[in-house]
Design a protein around this ligand. Structure first.
Ligand SMILES: *Cc1c(COP(=O)(O)O)cnc(C)c1O
Length: 455
């Protein structure tokens, strides 16, 4: 069990959540509260994925009725500028007409066949075109499935057992990768989940992100037993933490030298930090890449892919088993391909970069004026305002953030129509549908919340 993750204490709701006196009177939560009560009787915590329960910020979740462009609309009729974007996928904004049309057209032809379709190759060709290190790929149904399968392939291909991962990196709820995981696992203080056997986590070596010396030492010690190394090339799941110069280079060099498989988990960064993902942005080529989120256009779809000689070891060409009843689903491939086509045609990345710069600068100024210790970290349209007094390079620094302040900041913004990720340890996402005016509105709301002592 990992000490730094265990040290997280659940903050009592009352300490964080208070409706502020300067609350715009229009903010209501009556229907969401009723919906939450109903859901809690039926599902653990009323949700189907833990971060949605707002456990890290106190209070109770808003239930969403619909979404359009940059906006979410909840059951009580509140309109919110959305900076979660379904935790990453909605880079074009919600209900983009081209994506919806593609889904509707696909649905009219049937929702699943359990047989090959041309749509799968269409999506695969788009992915390979954007991400050249992916020569061949396999479609799955989630990011978790993608990382689980990539790890199995790395082990199968090398005949070795051990895997390196980094504290605060999240790779889905794969047993062997739930050790010192980020995202909701970090926010909610799940250290190493019950139900994960000791034997399973014994083959996982956990290191501090951006620590090149520790990485070299781990390879020196375990090189011959290391099947692979998995990392988020820009971390989103402990808040936004960019790789320091030399870190990804060292990972590449060491994997090559020791015959281990370098896996970039680009489930979040793929098509987000640039069309070719973090590997394009930072110029490092992994052996395998995992993707999800954007590549499914808001439907359940993930993939793993990379060097053809590795991918050919997957069944039925090879012996590494992996399968899926709904894999390559026609609705999901249609949504994914429509999204990638829009990204290729419209190339929103410069727009996203500008909005990212604007928001990062504005949030930083708002916190500075209020005299609040902070760091803003950003890569493209992924960013985090950390309430801490040092740069965050890894979990050791992330862990020092003022979580209670983040909770107050979060609710202050909700009450002003801005929906931020509900944890200090998540990156926010800007979509192509956001405008400079909306960013300005968001900065003004943050200024109010931070300057008036709400947060
Ligand atoms: C979201 C995420 C996952 C898990 O994807 P799911 O679709 O939620 O299973 C894996 N890795 C990274 C980097 C992620 O951000």
């Amino acid at each position: 069990m990992d000490e730094h993750l265990m040290s997280f204490q659940h903050l009592p709701t009352s300490e964080i959540y208070r409706v502020t006196t300067s609350t715009p009177p229009s903010f209501q939560q009556k229907r969401s509260l009723a919906a939450f009560e109903r859901a809690c009787k039926l599902m653990p915590g009323g949700v189907n994925s833990p971060a949605r329960a707002f456990g890290a910020v106190g209070g109770k979740p808003l239930f969403i009725e619909r979404a359009s462009g940059p906006y979410l609309y909840d059951l009580d009729g509140n309109r919110l500028i959305d900076y979660i974007g379904s935790w990453g996928p909605m880079i074009l904004g919600h209900a983009h007409p081209a994506v919806i049309e593609a889904i509707v057209k696909a649905a009219e032809r049937g929702t699943s066949y359990g047989a090959p379709t041309e749509a799968e190759s269409e999506l695969a060709e788009l992915v390979v075109r954007c991400v050249p290190s992916i020569e061949k790929l396999r479609l799955v149904n989630s990011g978790t499935e993608a990382t689980m399968s990539a790890i199995r392939l790395a082990r199968g291909a090398t005949g070795r057992d051990k895997i390196i991962k980094f504290a605060g990196n999240y790779h889905g709820h794969v047993d062997s990768l739930l050790v010192s995981a980020g995202s909701a696992a970090a926010s909610l203080g799940v250290p190493d989940s019950p139900g994960v056997t000791e034997g399973t986590s014994r083959d996982t070596i956990v290191l501090e992100y951006n620590d090149v010396d520790a990485l070299r030492a781990a390879f020196d010690q375990n090189g011959a037993e290391l099947a692979g190394l998995i990392l988020e090339p820009v971390v989103g799941n402990m808040g936004c933490v960019p790789p320091q110069p030399g870190f990804l280079e060292a990972a590449r060099e060491l994997c090559t030298k020791h015959g281990s498989v370098l896996i970039f988990d680009e489930v979040m960064t793929g098509f987000r930090v640039s069309l070719g993902g973090a590997q394009e942005r930072f110029g490092i080529t992994p052996d395998l890449t995992t993707m999800g989120k954007i590549v499914g256009g808001g439907l359940p779809l993930g993939l793993y892919g990379g060097r053809a000689d590795l991918m050919d070891q997957v069944i039925p060409t090879g012996k590494v088993y992996q399968a899926g009843t709904l894999s390559g689903n026609p609705l999901a491939t249609a949504a994914g391909a429509a999204t990638l086509r829009c990204l290729l045609d419209e190339s929103p990345y410069q727009h996203l970069e500008q909005l990212g710069q604007q928001l990062a600068a504005g949030l930083g100024q708002a916190a500075s004026r209020a005299g609040i210790a902070h760091r803003v970290q950003r890569v493209g349209s992924m960013l985090t305002l950390f309430f801490c007094d040092q740069p965050v390079h890894g979990w050791q620094q992330a862990d020092t953030c003022d979580r209670a302040r983040f909770g107050r900041y979060f609710w202050g913004l909700i009450e002003r129509g801005v929906y931020m990720p509900c944890s200090q340890f998540e990156a926010l996402f800007i979509s192509a549908a956001h405008t400079p005016q909306m960013i300005e509105q968001t900065i003004e709301a943050a200024e109010q919340v931070l300057a008036t002592g709400v947060a």
